[in-house]
Design a protein around this ligand. Structure first.
Ligand code: 3PG
Ligand code: MG
Length: 382
């Protein structure tokens, strides 16, 4: 695929001050980073620039502070990053410098022109390696791209390549698997996808809303019943676009939302009135596997059931394993991302077997909605 944006291949960074926007917004507990995936993802860009003789100045936000707040300092994250890249990362001076949380300045989120100008003085070029923050038009994620020569970092490049292969110029047929609790957060996404994919699997709590809209009695299951008309509209659009909607045909039902709650699989005509659907049933899993087998490209967002509770992670886990097998057999290009999805794939032990797993949450969803991402748009060759 031809690159529509500049990368580190297009610039000599030797002797240059490189303002490198990264996403260091990692989960922390008690001052410790609990998942270093995002740090590992940006490591290659940092070390490449440094090895080529560039001075790396990292820009990143952390949390959503209102003004300066020591609880949301990047210091502990910079220390964790230093361990990942096995080089010092200093907040004051050094070869690899990390500026304090960009959101300590209210001008950051406003993309304030004066603030952008001040930031731009610190560097000779701007490299954006933060796809997962690219849905924000902030000073460090977007504004700088108008002030300095702009390039995609290696992670951004990999992400855009993978996403391009998944939806923009995919090998057909394309299947999307969309799960998660609520339809309300994914209406735009579903409406965009029905025009892009050949088959759309809907699972998770979201599927209950669709089943209810079709007249299935879903008992006490989570369902947004007021969104029944929306669900029907999405199904009509899918029909008009020749996109097959694959809904569950059976369900694993329990009386309570709890790990190891006694459960049974039921057909859709027999969901007990006091029961809660917590996972897709075995027949649904077989259908999903068959649909994956028919596809050349898969885009996955969201779990198919209450994957945080055993055994209701089963539909998600076995389907993810199936997709991983097809990928390893080179029959499938598989791309996943968004919120709980990475955790679900890691729980299935297959995070490393997908073609690409994005660490982006909101940015991945907006990309699936077909929206232009400001932090990506500014990188495009003009
Ligand atoms: C994320 O964690 O999804 C990104 O870093 C963006 O963070 P935000 O939602 O606070 O802008
Ligand atoms: Mg977020």
């Amino acid at each position: 695929m031809t690159k529509s944006f500049r990368t580190l291949d297009d610039v000599n960074v030797k002797g240059k001050r490189v303002l490198l926007r990264v996403d260091l917004n990692v989960p922390m507990e008690g001052g410790r980073v609990t998942d270093a995936t995002r740090l590992e993802r940006v490591a290659p860009t940092i070390t490449e620039i440094s090895d080529k003789g560039g001075k790396v100045i990292l820009l990143a936000h952390f949390g959503r502070p209102k003004g300066r707040d020591p609880k949301e300092s990047l210091k502990p994250v910079a220390d964790a990053l230093s361990k990942v890249i096995k080089r010092p990362v200093a907040l004051k001076d050094g070869d690899i410098l990390c500026l304090e949380n960009t959101r300590f300045h209210k001008e950051e989120e406003k993309n304030d022109a004066g603030f952008v100008t001040e930031l731009a003085k610190l560097g000779d070029i701007w490299v954006n390696d933060a796809f997962s923050a690219a849905h924000r038009a902030h000073a460090s994620t977007e504004g700088l791209g108008h002030k300095l020569p702009a390039y995609a970092g290696r992670t951004m490049q990999a992400e855009l390549d993978a996403l391009g292969k998944a939806l923009e110029a995919p090998t057909k047929p394309v299947i999307a698997i969309i799960g998660g609790a609520k339809v309300s957060t994914k209406i735009d996404l579903l409406e965009n996808l029905v025009n892009k994919v050949d088959a759309l699997v809907i699972g998770g709590g979201m599927a209950n809303t669709f089943l209810h809209a079709q007249g299935v009695a879903v008992g006490k299951s989570l369902a947004e019943k007021d969104l029944a008309p929306t669900a029907l509209r999405i199904m009509e659009k899918a029909n008009a676009a020749n996109c097959a909607i694959i809904l569950p045909v059976d369900a694993v039902v329990a009386n309570q939302f709890a790990a190891n709650a006694p459960s049974h699989a039921y057909g859709l005509d027999a969901i007990p009135a006091d029961g809660m659907i917590l996972d897709v049933g075995p027949q649904s899993i077989a259908r999903i596997h068959a649909a994956i087998d028919d596809a050349a490209t898969l885009v996955w967002n969201g779990p198919l059931g209450a994957f945080e509770l055993t055994p209701f992670d089963r539909g998600t886990v076995v389907s993810a394993k199936h997709a991983a097998e097809r990928t390893k057999a080179r029959k499938l290009i598989s791309v996943a991302g968004g919120g709980d999805t990475v955790a679900a794939l890691n729980q299935a032990g297959v995070g490393g077997d997908f073609s690409y797993v994005s660490t982006a949450g909101g940015a991945f969803l907006e990309w699936m909605e077909g929206k232009p991402l400001p932090g990506v748009e500014v990188l495009k060759k003009g």
